[in-house]
Design a protein around this ligand. Structure first.
Ligand SMILES: [Zn+2]
Ligand SMILES: [Zn+2]
Length: 399
């Protein structure tokens, strides 16, 4: 029995829209706050007076049965449409969100300590965010897309430009929040869905705190990379998007054998960590000088992040800075270009040859990371075979 009353009006979800993007657009359409929408749709904790101050980050990823039916009922959507606003279904094809390849004690823990999914901020394409000219989008903006929450998305294929990461006004990552809330300023009804909701550091005596409010549909003026670099990045991004599409192929080649697509993305994740931890061992695979430079800079910043961790007591976390995808879109494209080339070997023997320098280097430099990355519940079986320490004598001779 559902006691919540449906909202007077709703919206059709846009293609690949996030739950938070939908809530922002709906609040704007109804002339109210996102917090009020959370209350009316059952996302806010029940039985508490006033508007909620935070929306759990986990709601981006999945909604439990009661939350899902209440939300669907009140917004005039089908449960299937609500599912389509969440990140969890992407795990069918994206290994870092798939429990077989990213083990977690409960499904709710999937997004925690998982740098391969962006929950506290997002990348975005300002031109997509501006809408496609349709009248509803002209009023309330385009979709804040789910795909932008996956770090493997670094470029908009439609507009052929690198995704932006920061608000051009306050320079904080887009849609970021100070508290662990999926939407900032839940009680603010003055902002358009495409405006920055970040509250810059409160200035004493300056009340009330106002939002940055920058228009995120304005493209930043940074020049695009050179043509050769862009054509590499477009190709790599197209390949990955083809695999992530729900109607895409069921398998991809990884380490010389076909694997389910989710396994391929898990293999990319492990290969990226190997590339950074052993840089510049794989630098010969960088396709252009601009991409090499992006990775050199990225590597330097990772070494700087790991440095202070070397002498800390307790469990060693020095590998962690190397295992995350880059924040920067260009560096992400650069490392995924190399990772996909390393995994693209036509047969298992060639895969082992390509990966051997990284495997050896990693074993010497970071035994813990080497063991961690090669766990069965982390990478595909063909990649595990390609990076294992000892091959049977016959195969080693053939090498
Ligand atoms: Zn775009
Ligand atoms: Zn801002």
């Amino acid at each position: 029995m559902n006691h919540k009353r449906p909202l007077p009006r709703s919206l059709d979800p846009l293609a690949d829209e996030t739950l938070t993007g939908f809530v922002l657009r709906l609040a704007h359409r109804l002339g109210t706050t996102p917090g009020e929408i959370a209350v009316r749709t059952g996302l806010a904790p029940q039985g508490r007076p006033g508007l909620p101050t935070r929306l759990p980050l986990g709601f981006l990823h999945h909604l439990s049965g009661g939350h899902l039916t209440d939300f669907a009922h009140t917004t005039h959507l089908t449960p299937g449409e609500v599912e389509g606003l969440l990140l969890a279904p992407l795990g069918k094809r994206y290994g870092p969100l798939n429990s077989a390849l990213t083990p977690r004690s409960t499904p709710g823990r999937m997004i925690y300590d998982n740098p391969w999914i962006l929950t506290r901020s997002t990348r975005y394409c300002p031109l997509c965010l501006a809408g496609d000219g349709d009248s509803i989008q002209a009023l309330h903006g385009g979709a804040w897309k789910r795909i932008w929450r996956l770090p493997v998305a670094f470029l908009c294929l439609r507009h052929r430009r690198l995704l932006q990461r920061e608000c051009p006004g306050c320079k904080t990552p887009a849609q970021s929040v100070r508290t662990a809330s999926a939407i900032a300023r839940l009680t603010d009804d003055t902002l358009h869905p495409t405006q920055c909701r970040f509250t810059p550091r409160p200035v004493p005596l300056q009340q009330p705190e106002t939002a940055c409010a920058a228009d995120l549909t304005r493209p930043d003026p940074h020049p695009a990379p050179d043509t050769a670099t862009m054509s590499v990045l477009l190709r790599v991004q197209q390949q990955l998007m083809d695999l992530l599409t729900a109607s895409g192929p069921p398998t991809a080649m990884s380490a010389g054998s076909p694997v389910p697509v989710a396994h391929y993305f898990a293999d990319l994740r492990a290969t990226v960590a190997m590339i950074f931890r052993t840089w510049p061992a794989a630098s010969e695979y960088a396709s252009t000088p601009r991409l090499t430079a992006a990775l050199d800079a990225e590597y330097t910043s990772r070494v700087a992040q790991a440095e202070p961790l070397i002498n800390t007591s307790g469990k060693k976390k020095t590998s962690k800075p190397y295992a995350a995808p880059p924040m920067d879109s260009l560096a992400t494209g650069a490392v995924l270009d190399i990772a996909s080339q390393l995994l693209q070997a036509p047969d298992p023997h060639e895969a082992r040859q390509r990966l051997a320098p990284l495997v050896q280097h990693l074993r010497d430099a970071d035994r813990a990371l080497s063991t961690y990355l090669r766990r069965p519940a982390w990478i595909s079986q063909p990649l595990r075979a390609a990076v294992k320490d000892n091959w049977p004598a016959g195969e080693e001779l053939a090498a």
